[in-house]
Design a binder for this molecule. Structure first.
Ligand SMILES: N[C@@H](CCC(=O)N[C@@H](CS)C(=O)NCC(=O)O)C(=O)O
Length: 316
C-alpha cells in the first residue's frame, strides 16, 4: 500500500481531500517572444510519449501544420516507471533513442536544462519542446507548445495552415478552458480519486460536459467557428482525450456512465478527426493501451492489460 501511495504522489504531485491535483508545468518560455528563442530552420525538437494525451496534441498539430521537417521527434517507452519517470528504449517498436542528447531517460534531458532538477526531486513530464541551439527546454506545457507551432507559419515554415485563426482565438481559448478540468483532466480526476466523493464529483462533471458537447456538435463538424465550424486547436485538445476513452478510460479510470460510441455526434467527431490526413498515423493504440494499464500499478495492481474492446465495440 505504501508503494502504491508513493507511486501516485510522485507523478500526480498532490491530492486535496482525495481529489487529484495536476502539477504545474515549469518551463514556460515562448518561441518568438524572447530573442533567445527565435524560429529558425530545424532548430527545435519534441520529446513525446505516444501514450500521453497532452503530448499527442503536439504530434497532431505538427502533422496538420506540415511541420515534420521543422520539428524532429523522439518517443519514450510506453512503460512509465513507478516514480512516474520516462525512459528511452529504441528496442521497443514505436519508441526511439534520445537522438539529440543521447540520454537514457527523460530525467537526463530535464537535468541538462536545469542543474537544480535532480536536487528538487521533481519528475519530468512529456511533451518537452527542446531548443537544439541553447541546449535547453523551451516549454513543457502542451497548450502553449501547440500555439507556438502555429506561429511557425509566419516564418514561412509548414503548409501555411493555421489551427488558431486570429478571429477565433478567444472562442478557441474558451472552448479549451471549458473542456480542460471536466474532460481532459477530468478522466484523471475520476481514475485517481481517493475518495468516493472525489470520484463521484469528477464523473458527474465529466459526463455533464460530454452531454453538453454532444448537443453542441449537433449539425456541426468542429467545436468552434461559423456554420459547421473550422478545425482548430480546440478540436485537437478534445480529440486526444476522446480517442483514449473507449479504449482505456471507461475501464481503467472508471469513466463508465457511457462510452464515446454511445454518443453519435462525439463518435462522428472522432471519426472525422481520424480521417484528417496525418492524424491516424499519430495514434499508437499499443502504446496508449499498454501504458495506462501497465504503468498505473496503484490502480491496477497486477498490470493486466485487457483484451478489449473488440472491433465494433468502440469508435476507432
Ligand atoms: N500540463 C502538461 C501535462 C503533461 C503531463 O502530465 N504528462 C504526463 C503524461 S500523460 C507525464 O509526463 N507524467 C509523468 C509524471 O507526471 O511524472 C501538458 O499539458 O503538457
Amino acid at each position: 500500500m505504501k508503494d502504491a501511495h508513493e507511486q501516485a504522489s510522485a507523478w500526480t504531485a498532490s491530492f486535496d481531500s482525495g481529489k487529484f491535483v495536476r502539477k504545474r508545468s515549469e518551463f514556460r518560455d515562448i518561441i518568438g517572444q524572447h530573442e533567445l528563442f527565435q524560429i529558425d530552420d530545424g532548430r527545435y525538437h519534441l520529446y513525446v510519449s505516444h501514450a500521453c494525451p497532452w503530448a499527442h496534441r503536439t504530434l497532431i498539430v505538427r502533422a496538420l501544420l506540415g511541420l515534420e521537417d521543422q520539428l524532429t521527434v523522439d518517443v519514450v517507452d510506453w512503460r512509465m516507471k513507478r516514480d512516474g519517470s520516462w525512459s528511452f528504449n529504441p528496442d521497443e517498436p514505436g519508441s526511439t533513442a534520445d537522438q539529440i542528447n543521447d540520454e537514457t531517460s527523460l530525467e537526463g534531458v530535464y537535468a541538462r536544462a536545469s542543474s537544480e532538477w535532480r536536487k528538487r526531486g521533481k519528475i519530468g513530464t512529456v511533451p518537452v519542446l527542446w531548443d537544439k541551439v541553447h541546449n535547453t527546454i523551451v516549454n513543457n506545457e502542451s497548450r502553449e507548445i501547440i500555439r507556438m507551432l502555429d506561429a511557425f507559419r509566419a516564418k514561412g515554415f509548414g503548409n501555411g495552415r493555421t489551427l488558431c485563426p486570429e478571429t477565433l482565438t478567444d472562442e478557441i481559448d474558451a472552448m479549451i478552458d471549458a473542456n480542460y478540468e471536466s474532460v481532459n483532466n477530468g478522466v484523471y480526476k475520476s481514475g485517481f480519486a481517493r475518495t468516493q466523493a472525489a470520484y463521484d464529483e469528477a464523473v458527474k462533471a465529466l459526463f455533464d460536459r460530454l452531454d453538453e458537447l454532444e448537443r453542441h456538435l449537433d449539425g456541426r463538424h468542429w467545436l468552434v467557428g461559423e456554420g459547421t465550424g473550422t478545425l482548430t486547436e480546440a478540436d485537437v485538445c478534445l480529440f486526444t482525450t476522446l480517442v483514449r476513452f473507449d479504449l482505456v478510460y471507461v475501464v481503467h479510470f472508471k469513466c463508465n456512465l457511457r462510452r464515446i460510441m454511445d454518443y453519435p455526434n462525439l463518435s462522428a467527431f472522432l471519426k472525422r478527426m481520424l480521417e484528417q490526413p496525418g492524424v491516424r498515423e499519430t495514434c499508437n493504440w499499443h502504446h496508449i493501451k499498454s501504458h495506462y494499464f501497465w504503468s498505473h500499478q496503484n490502480i491496477n495492481t497486477f498490470r493486466i492489460i485487457p483484451q478489449g474492446p473488440a472491433e465494433g465495440a468502440h469508435t476507432l
